[in-house]
Design a protein around this ligand. Structure first.
Ligand SMILES: [Zn+2]
Length: 230
């Protein structure tokens, strides 16, 4: 899940062969992406089918009324279009410890999967939510993640250990995942907006912080939904 350090392969045809797509072509699964990612390989068909479903469900969460609210707002915020779709690549060379990486390569948004565990759909969808958040952050030169700690009122309220230990990009991707998947966060103190089962001093929406990580991510959704300024 670390952010990509992709190796570009120079001098090769950048046009991919698309073997599947999601979100009406805003996400494409490509098979000859050696043109942009070193070590790309063919998709195992049954795993590809499962992964496309995970993307469909993840994107449904991003485009829901409680998030971006529409596919076009989501695409605008992500900087993607039918001409510049997210390319999803399989690089099953077994050399990478991370199950997936995401980033922008020469102006192309790319998510590369090295391990395809498709038996548990919950984990699969959460992984895709996380990687898609990197594409979002990367489209904004990683400013979304960099702004978290200075913006929230509980900067130490990381949703997960990964968010705490692996830097602002992972903090952002984990915070987005936790916002889109209630119950994903391990640390209850990451937000007071979601129900908590603690017995004393129960938190309520904005009871403690009007700007925690959940509020921050939600504010980005709202910003994207706001009508354009004249
Ligand atoms: Zn990550």
């Amino acid at each position: 899940m670390p952010v990509a350090a992709f190796q570009s392969v120079a001098g090769t045809d950048p046009e991919p062969v698309i073997v599947a797509e999601a979100a009406g072509g805003l996400v494409v699964f490509v098979e000859d992406a050696g043109a942009i990612v070193d070590g790309a390989s063919d998709w195992p068909p049954t795993k590809l089918t499962a992964l496309v479903r995970f993307y469909d469900e993840a994107i449904a969460r991003y485009t829901a009324e409680s998030a971006f609210g529409s596919s076009s707002r989501w695409a605008d915020a992500f900087g993607i279009s039918p001409e510049t779709p997210i390319r999803v690549v399989y690089a099953g060379n077994g050399h990478d410890a991370a199950p997936a990486r995401a980033g922008w390569v020469a102006g192309i948004p790319v998510i590369s999967h090295t391990t395809l565990r498709t038996s548990v759909s919950t984990a699969g969808v959460q992984l895709v939510l996380h990687e898609l958040a990197h594409i979002w952050d990367g489209a904004h030169d990683w400013a979304l993640g960099e702004a978290i700690a200075d913006t929230v009122q509980n900067p130490e309220g990381f949703p997960t250990a990964k968010a705490r230990d692996e830097g602002s990009k992972e903090d952002f991707a984990e915070s987005v995942t936790a916002t889109l998947w209630p119950g994903y966060a391990i640390n209850r103190d990451w937000s007071d907006d979601v129900q908590s089962d603690r017995r004393s001093a129960p938190l309520g929406p904005d009871g403690q912080w009007t700007m925690d990580r959940h509020d921050y991510v939600t504010s980005l959704f709202l910003e994207a939904a706001a009508p354009e300024r004249p």
